[in-house]
Design a protein around this ligand. Structure first.
Ligand code: SD4
Length: 290
């Protein structure tokens, strides 16, 4: 039997998650809900790791990554896109209106413009200033938790019992030009199988890609693990193979078909938002390190 609608997302993005949850309560499907939910952060210029206002690469270009996956197993992604704010919606457009799954760089931007998305300068004064400050030492050292203003990954279970997800980010601040993280990679940053559940990742994308984290979590749930157990196992895969995990964060959230959810991370400080039965609450994730 279908559960009441549920929306979960990475970090404490209260408004984004409430936006999705309320749409679900009004009968919107999971895909519409997650796209509109994550758009709140894509448009929030104070969030320096998503959409407009995102931190640039080390050459000063803001390049965005996003993907979506729906309950039919369809997916779409865009990578390294400049000048377009709502890249999750663009990923959906790629999924629905092109014969492809991924568009990258210039091609993705041209497709966006020809589809009615508008070109905007995504580099805010604040991000430009921070980048210029960074240039003085040019020391690449990703920050472990950027609470409340990090990559947003969202999963929704709608009134019909269908699951969809979206993930959108500007990636790691001061990355190399052309660098693509896990967030637009289906199976790494996001995976949904409507028969089982869905998972999304945030944190050091390179580590998520190496372990195909979101796909792993869905497969573990298929084999009987709860979302919580599956998130813990996916984190364990990283920490047991990479002793450098003391220097980076990875966090996962997951939901299954029954509406059970889970979250886990390497370093304390990660939270998941959960909207259910009209209430929207932060949940502090357990962590491998204390
Ligand atoms: C990336 N996973 O590009 C993203 C960034 C992120 O918390 O989630 N930061 O690697």
């Amino acid at each position: 039997a279908a559960q009441g609608p549920i929306a979960i997302c990475t970090w404490e993005f209260t408004q984004a998650n409430a936006t999705a949850g309320k749409l679900l309560d009004q009968g919107y499907n999971a895909l519409d809900a997650v796209i509109q939910g994550v758009a709140v952060e894509e448009e929030n210029i104070k969030n320096t790791t998503v959409g407009k206002g995102g931190s640039p690469d080390r050459e000063g270009n803001v390049t965005l990554d996003a993907c979506v996956m729906d309950h039919t197993g369809n997916c779409g992604a865009v990578m390294c896109v400049e000048d377009i704010t709502n890249v999750a919606a663009l990923a959906r457009k790629v999924m629905e209106d092109t014969p492809h799954v991924i568009l990258a760089g210039e091609g993705a931007k041209e497709y966006a413009l020809s589809s009615g998305f508008k070109a905007e300068n995504l580099l805010t004064e604040a991000s430009e200033k921070a980048w210029k400050e960074w240039l003085k030492e040019s020391k690449y050292q990703p920050i472990i938790n950027i609470e409340n203003h990090d990559t947003i990954g969202m999963l929704a279970l709608d009134a019909e019992g269908n699951i969809s997800g979206a993930c959108t980010t500007s990636g790691l601040a001061y990355k190399m030009k052309g660098r693509v993280g896990d967030s637009p990679i289906i199976g790494s940053g996001l995976f949904v199988d409507n028969a089982v559940g869905g998972a999304v990742a945030t944190g050091m994308g390179e580590e998520v890609i190496k372990t195909v984290g979101s796909f792993l979590i869905v497969e573990l749930m298929r084999n009987g693990m709860s979302p919580q157990e599956a998130c813990e196992e996916a984190v364990r895969r990283i920490v047991t193979t990479n002793p450098n995990h003391v220097n980076f964060q990875v966090a996962y959230i997951a939901i299954n078909k029954k509406g059970e959810t889970g979250c886990y991370c390497i370093h304390p400080g990660f939270k998941m938002m959960k909207y259910e039965n009209g209430t929207n609450n932060p949940i502090v994730a357990g962590s491998h390190l204390q």
